[in-house]
Design a protein around this ligand. Structure first.
Ligand code: 3HC
Length: 289
């Protein structure tokens, strides 16, 4: 099956949603981003513009291509505008109730024949979102990695109802149109990457929490000792501590393994609004300017 995906919708213009929209627009697709209001839409546009500027500075693209990509992006405050999309990628907050509500609404709105609804969830069962629609055969996980324009991977996650045609069409789209490498995962909380990554990040939080080592030393250990591009606490700050905690909770709920339980320090930091880069402070501090 070839879906002929030319019109894409992205629900949510946060770091992940903006990154997904940028990658789609750079691939020449007609891309519509849905945010909750005009202020959020403006911030999403600024995020994409800043990232495109970095891509130009680093020689990853030329200025006319970046300008065309930005011009191709349309922002809206209404899900109703997504009616004619061939593919909608939901990238809202990692909250099962919010995502379920969005899928219920999208199922009624997106009326293009054969259109696929995808979720960028890191850990919420794709089946739960598929069952909120009347087209579970055309619902799947399309999980990108942060920063989306830089990381070459996507995970394709199929539920028990996702059709083989939908999965291969989206896999082909991710590879041929977006230039990403796809791996397949079954519909288990965390999929492949977060099942391995999150226990590692939580172990680093526990190390800092217990006073075993400082955050700076934990990060230096993995950057200089294992050649990771960033240490686990810097990476947790990049992902967002609220998102790390949400993924950990989903994993814990699914498997009941202590290694997935969010440590108290992580929970307290989230309650304190210390969410990492996006709030200027997490395990490290950041210039938000
Ligand atoms: N567009 C395109 N390319 C860009 C870009 C942009 N907007 N911004 C940067 N780049 C490119 C640079 O050109 C450079 O490419 P090169 O190696 O070919 O020269 C590369 O990205 C690195 O950029 P910089 O040198 O400017 O930046 P850093 O060296 O500081 O790297 C980083 C930043 C890419 C974030 C790096 O630290 C990294 O890879 N960190 C790990 C990120 C990671 O693990 N992400 C996965 C998180 S898990 C996840 O997302 C799942 C979720 O569910 C939680």
């Amino acid at each position: 099956m070839t879906l002929g995906i030319e019109r894409v919708g992205v629900v949510g213009g946060g770091r992940m949603g903006a990154g997904i929209a940028e990658v789609c627009a750079r691939a020449g697709l007609d891309t519509l981003v849905c945010e909750v209001d005009a202020t959020a839409a403006r911030r999403a546009r600024e995020r994409v513009a800043a990232s495109l500027e970095r891509a130009v500075d680093r020689g990853k693209t030329d200025r006319p291509t970046a300008e065309h990509a930005l011009a191709r992006l349309v922002f809206t405050g209404s899900l109703d505008d997504l009616a004619d999309r061939h593919l909608v990628v939901e990238a809202a907050v990692e909250n099962p109730d919010v995502k379920t509500e969005i899928f219920t609404a999208l199922d009624k709105i997106v009326e293009e024949p054969g259109a696929v609804l995808a979720t960028n969830t890191s850990s919420i069962p794709v089946m739960r979102l598929g069952m909120a629609t009347g087209r579970a055969d055309r619902v799947l996980g399309l999980h990108f990695f942060n920063p989306v324009p830089v990381m070459p991977l996507v995970e394709i996650v199929t539920s028990l109802h996702t059709s083989a045609e939908t999965a291969s069409a989206v896999e082909e789209f991710a590879a041929a149109t977006l230039g990403k490498t796809a791996i397949r995962s079954q519909d288990r909380a965390g999929f492949v990457v977060n099942s391995l990554l999150i226990p590692y990040l939580l172990a680093a939080v526990r190390m800092a929490e217990s006073g075993f080592a400082t955050a700076a030393d934990v990060d230096a250990g993995m950057e200089l000792g294992c050649a990771h591009p960033m240490g686990p606490l810097k990476l947790a700050d990049l992902i967002g501590l609220d998102t790390v905690a949400s993924i950990a909770r989903s994993l814990y709920e699914e498997f009941k393994e202590p290694l997935y339980a969010p440590p108290p320090l992580l929970q307290r930091m989230v309650e304190a609004g210390l969410l990492g880069r996006k709030t200027g402070r997490g395990f490290h501090t950041y210039d938000r300017g």
